[in-house]
Design a binder for this molecule. Structure first.
Ligand code: FAD
Length: 110
């Protein structure tokens, strides 16, 4: 089976990078593409327990965890919250999402 930690770090890099390069204001087509990506991603992510929990989180009946895809700012924040949800589950420190852009877009050393 894949190394869940290594896979996770690589995947968060991909996901946050996708948010960091997301349009400042996304067209309907772009939003639909990302919606589709996240839907399939959450079914196909090759750590099945991770994928199951992530899908369940996104599909919360209140609708509060649905991807926010209107703009880079919204999407980046949403991705940060999604990652924090996993951090909490694993007993890791939460990330202060105010620093999301600095971490994933303008860049700092980690
Ligand atoms: P990671 O959590 O991989 O983070 C990498 C870097 O991202 C950090 O060094 C930090 O700089 C930055 N970062 C941290 N938090 C945030 C945030 N909220 N927003 C932005 N940047 C942040 N592992 C399991 O064992 N069980 C699971 O159920 C599970 N579910 C997962 C679901 C998904 C969708 C993904 C992508 C990964 C999942 N993982 C799961 C893996 C887990 O999240 C970690 O990637 C793995 O444990 C390695 O953790 P890490 O401490 O190296 O840093």
């Amino acid at each position: 089976p894949p190394d869940v930690e290594q896979l996770g770090r690589s995947t968060w890099t991909l996901l946050h990078s996708m948010a960091a390069t997301y349009p400042e204001k996304a067209s309907t087509e772009h939003q639909n593409n990302m919606q589709g990506f996240l839907k399939f991603f959450s079914k196909l992510y090759p750590c099945w327990v991770c994928a199951d929990d992530f899908q369940t989180w996104m599909a919360h009946p209140s609708g509060r965890n649905q991807p926010k895809l209107g703009s880079r700012k919204e999407f980046g924040w949403w991705m940060c919250e999604a990652h924090n949800e996993v951090n909490r589950k694993l007993g890791k420190k939460e990330f202060d999402c105010r620093f999301w852009e600095e971490r994933w877009r303008s860049g700092w050393k980690d």
